[in-house]
Design a protein around this ligand. Structure first.
Ligand code: C5P
Length: 236
């Protein structure tokens, strides 16, 4: 498929988290990975895509790091205010997209700020597979390890059937209107929402799982950044 046959899309990056599990001196998206910060790598994959319409990044109000990055001056990237939880940051970002002229039927791709190794081939795969989908979906990877259910005392209670279990990655791609309504309703109902797909699931939809690359890693713990550094330097 030619790139011009892919649908156009908006990107929303929630980047208002603290990332406490990294135990670093700054939010994890501002840590260095090879020649740039993690967030700059994350943005690069989208900014080079010809079907991109614009990016909204949800940031903590007092974020002192973002304004110092060169991409803060990119006219395609606009700020929204972060919220208490990831879902609040996403919802604020979606409302900002409407202010920019986005419409209910537009595709929006929500992607973690600290997931810097998205391959262009995975992005194109997601766009191509979901272009005509009535719901949307997400990049995901089938679980490979054996899974155990633990008891309260830290012993194995059972081995879980892994054949239908997937890791949910990002980007997660949905229609702006459907995602905004599902998230807003779920938050009002007090439902715990950990990713965009779970809001759509709560609204009764079944997002599609698109198998992506396992190296689309999210930086959560220090060893994740070490793994990414090894990947990056292996390419040099
Ligand atoms: O902590 P975790 O890696 O699960 O966060 C996923 C994404 O959600 C990160 O990009 C983080 O910055 C963002 N986030 C946010 N607002 C919050 C909490 C997390 O934008 N209140």
């Amino acid at each position: 498929m030619n790139t011009s046959d892919l649908p156009s899309f908006w990107v929303l990056i929630p980047a208002a988290g603290i990332g406490s599990r990294m135990r670093a001196d700054r939010p994890k998206q501002y840590l260095q990975l090879a020649d740039k910060t993690i967030i700059e790598h994350t943005l690069a994959c989208f900014l080079s895509h010809p079907q991109l319409r614009g990016v909204v990044i949800s940031l903590a109000v007092d974020d002192p790091y973002w304004p110092n990055l060169p991409c803060a001056n990119d006219p395609r990237i606009l700020r929204a205010e972060g919220g208490a939880e990831r879902a609040d940051s996403v919802l604020n970002g979606l409302l900002r997209l409407y202010e920019l002229g986005a419409e209910d039927q537009d595709w929006v791709l929500v992607h973690d700020a600290a997931r810097p190794n998205l391959a262009r081939s995975d992005l194109d795969l997601l766009l191509a597979e979901l272009a005509d989908d009535p719901v949307g979906g997400l990049l995901a990877v089938p679980v490979r390890d054996t899974l155990k259910r633990a008891s309260a005392d830290g012993r194995v209670q059972a081995t879980v059937d892994r054949s239908t279990i997937w890791h949910a990655f990002t980007p997660q791609m949905f229609r702006l209107g459907a995602l905004q309504r599902a998230l807003a309703d779920a938050l009002i109902a007090g439902v715990a929402i950990t990713d965009e797909a779970s809001a759509l699931e709560w609204a009764g939809q079944a997002p599609r799982l698109i198998e992506g690359r396992a190296d689309n890693l999210k930086v959560t713990r220090p060893e994740d950044l070490q793994s990414l550094n090894l990947l990056w330097h292996g390419r040099c």
